[in-house]
Write a protein that binds this ligand. Structure first.
Ligand SMILES: NC(=O)c1ccc[n+]([C@@H]2O[C@H](COP(=O)([O-])OP(=O)(O)OC[C@H]3O[C@@H](n4cnc5c(N)ncnc54)[C@H](OP(=O)(O)O)[C@@H]3O)[C@@H](O)[C@H]2O)c1
Length: 247
């Protein structure tokens, strides 16, 4: 199996996904506040020049979906403007950008979304900023947008919805897949990739780590939730199979 060994930096290194990636990709260079702050554009160039990465995984974001509705300006500043500034600096330095995006760029009415489908309309402000951020990454000549979705290692709630379908999984299962994609970056002939697992209800997912979780319905919450936000992962499945056969 051909694996590459470039210098890789990571934004959002202290976040849920970032923490997992740091332990999976030895030598990863973490970028974080205050030295690297997406809302302080002047910090980006010096931080990148100090570590001179060839690959940059951009996992930093404003991720609080509910709070984003009240803090729209801050969410936009981090996710859209911050990403735009980062893209500009990455292009200047010829850095290959791996942008972590979300299944929430899709509406979530019917599921099975493929990479080639037009995303939107979005359900909330966070999703809007992530969709615009994706589009800003696409001006970079060297980029990969990874759409994914994950939960913390343990199911945190007493209830899980039986009427929301997803292809998300626990972060300790998703992060190794993203690390694998990064290791094989040069062998990925796409600019967009869905990394997730099979379609299931959120309740089914929750039961895997919390067997006594109670079934609930999205009708019990005031938040707009999708019926089926699952991603088609056949591209990713085929790529993994190809690498396995070559190994
Ligand atoms: N969690 C999910 O279910 C999910 C689903 C799909 C996609 N995603 C995407 O996956 C990525 C990682 O998500 P996560 O759940 O691991 O996020 P998280 O735990 O909320 O961590 C976010 C990270 O972003 C950093 N950050 C926030 N504002 C920043 C700024 N102004 N400058 C620099 N860094 C900043 C935070 O830094 P501090 O440590 O300093 O706070 C933190 O390390 C995000 O792009 C998210 O949109 C997440």
């Amino acid at each position: 199996m051909k694996e590459m060994n470039p210098r890789i930096a990571l934004t959002g290194a202290r976040g849920r996904l970032g923490t997992e990636l740091c332990s999976l990709l030895p030598g990863l260079i973490p970028l974080h506040r205050p030295e690297f702050d997406l809302t302080q554009p002047d910090t980006l160039a010096p931080a990148l020049d100090a570590c001179r990465p060839q690959v940059l995984i951009h996992a930093a974001a404003y991720t609080d979906v509910r709070k984003a509705e009240e803090e729209r300006a801050e969410c936009w500043r981090v996710n859209v403007e911050g990403t735009r500034h980062l893209v500009r600096e990455a292009i200047r330095r010829g850095i290959h950008l791996v942008h972590i995006s979300t299944d929430y760029v899709f509406e979530g009415t019917r599921g099975g979304y493929r990479e080639t489908e037009v995303p939107g309309p979005v359900r909330n402000y966070y999703a809007l900023t992530k969709l615009v951020a994706e589009e800003s990454v696409r001006v970079s000549p060297r980029h990969l947008v990874i759409r994914t979705s994950f939960r913390p290692r343990e199911w945190p709630y007493p209830v899980a919805f039986t009427d929301v379908y997803t292809s998300q999984d626990y972060v300790d299962l998703i992060a190794p897949e993203i690390a694998l994609a990064v290791r094989h970056l040069e062998e990925i002939p796409y600019d967009t990739l869905h990394i997730a697992t099979e379609r299931k209800s959120v309740y089914e997912l929750a039961r895997r780590r919390k067997p006594d979780v109670q079934p609930g319905s999205k009708r019990e919450t005031p938040v707009s939730l999708p019926d089926d936000i699952s991603l088609d992962i056949s591209r990713w499945t085929e790529l993994k199979q190809r690498w396995k056969e070559k190994a």
